[in-house]
Design a binder for this molecule. Sequence first.
Ligand SMILES: Nc1ncnc2c1ncn2[C@@H]1O[C@H](COP(=O)(O)OP(=O)(O)OP(=O)(O)O)[C@@H](O)[C@H]1O
Length: 642
Amino acid sequence: MNAATQKETLGFQAEVQRLLHLMIHALYSNKEIFLRELISNASDACDKLRFGINSGHLKPALSTTNANDFTIRLRADKAARTLSIEDNGIGMSREEAIQHLGTIAKSGTRDFIAQLSGDQAKDAQLIGQFGVGFYSAFIVAERVTVESRRADAPADSAVRWESDGSGEFSVETIEKDQIGTCLTLHLREGEDEWLSSWKLREVVKRYSDHIAFPIQIQQESWDAEKQTMEVKDEWETINQANALWTRSKSELSAEDYERFFESLSFGNGKPLKWAHHRVEGRSEYTQLLYLPRQAPHDLWDRNQKRGLKLYVRRVFIMEDAEQLLPAYLRFVQGVVDSSDLPLNVSRELLQESRDVKAIREGCTKRVLSMLEELAESENDQDQNDYALFWREFGNTLKEGVAEDFANQERLAKLLRFASTQQDSSEQTVSLAAYVARMKPEQEHIYYLTAESYAAALASPHLEIFRKKGIEVLLLTDRVDEWMLSYLSSFAEKSLQSIAKGSANLDKLADDTEKQAQATATEAHKPFIERLQQALQEQIKSVQVSARLVESPVCIVAEEGAMSLHLQRMLKAAGQQAPVSKPILEINLEHPLIQRVRALPDEATDFQDWAALLLDQAILAEGGQPQDPAAFVKRLNKLLIAA
Ligand SMILES: Nc1ncnc2c1ncn2[C@@H]1O[C@H](COP(=O)(O)OP(=O)(O)OP(=O)(O)O)[C@@H](O)[C@H]1O
């Protein structure tokens, strides 16, 4: 026996020993992950061999090995109480087995182990972040035998590595017919469940369904004579072995993508659009992202489960990984498969990972590009998919304007609104289209927020804009006010509420109009002051209106103050809104105002008239009079007197 074939016994690297001891205890409650780790190693080994063959780097010893023959086989031997995981991947030489299975080649191992405390929960989390790999076999096995033959080595140069995990391992050279690696786990007392085919199926389905190579177990049949299940020499594939996203786009049809979406979304119909890319650079990953056609009923609820499915090198890691996309894109479904994250990445780690940050940015940009492409369909009369998208998800996308400053400009281009330019409440007008239609003298993008489309259309604030033929965007979704507090301009035009302050109306008025307003204010100063006096508890001031044409009065919020609509919304939600008194604007041309103005100084009902004017202004704006019963009483009193 020469030195190379001799059996030798070696000690584990000190770190391995310590890690093994701590890991077995810390991960015991989550022991099934050992199977995922070992299958992942087997899959990596197949990948490496396939790559070696395709790139011409490696010439396998067996000519039969081609990309279609790769399998990962799980063999349970009930009599011997062993579970084997066998692959026909790249395999290991004797030196490689010593190197890879006796040491931890990762940088920072020492620091990492120094952090382990013996506290089970904390250590489990830390080990999870570190990646447990091959050594997880010892969670369920009291002894592990690895027989391996490198794909380019002759049959008599294979290796057997064996250890009970207590500090030493042995290696010897053996003969092995097949290339690849066979790991045999001699199960610990009480671990017999790993001999049952249903248990193996269950765990493979959960974690390894999308491993690209077939994972197989032996078929069993009932032997009536012996009254036992007998193992047959036939193999059955128990995973889908079809990680669609790892295949090249040119191989996949629209039906393939649609079918996969169905499996992701549990029958939510066909997707509107998808994007499938392999991203290289700072972080390497594959993204397969879908825009659904229909919103789930609870889309509005930001606390609902959301997110993409996360895989690491085709091993399933978690459902609903919400860190991979910002909350405002929670309608997107799909898969991210990272090449960089550790297999045992936890939700906590996702939050801190720089790789995840890069994935999140990359996926966000991709979704925005998909939406921009979809928006091009707006010119298509027959199939306006963007209108469809906007109806379902527009409200959610608006949250992005407030939350995603880096992409605000792109998001603003994707917004659609109802407008006075159209006859329907449908939100189809983009800010770009609005700006293109602006009057030469117009400097602002005008909008009005209201409870409903009908309320917006009836608002007295619109009168002057109608008269001058200036378009106003009508915003009636709950999220609008919040969004607007973050969106102050578009294409260098500032957004201006027509229900606040002067609304820069003077810029729209010609010199004669301005002159007339100034003269009227001067001429009716005593009346204006009297009205102001009567209502001073409730309003900030009375002003001669530049925006009213048909209505006698309206109220507006002060420039820079919270809009009255938002104040009402906050109040309805039980939140405290800063109290700011509105401005009452009056239309001096209106017969009702003229009637009140004509009341003699000694008239005792001036106070009633003033209160009535204010209350109707509040009503027209969509609000509630402070004291509705008093309003009705006053109205009746004045009607009877009239
Ligand atoms: N089935 C196998 N075939 C060939 N080599 C293997 C096999 N299993 C393990 N190895 C070798 O042993 C090394 C160590 O495996 P281990 O699972 O501990 O770490 P890893 O796979 O490199 O990292 P991690 O599992 O944490 O992502 C692997 O890098 C690989 O070189």
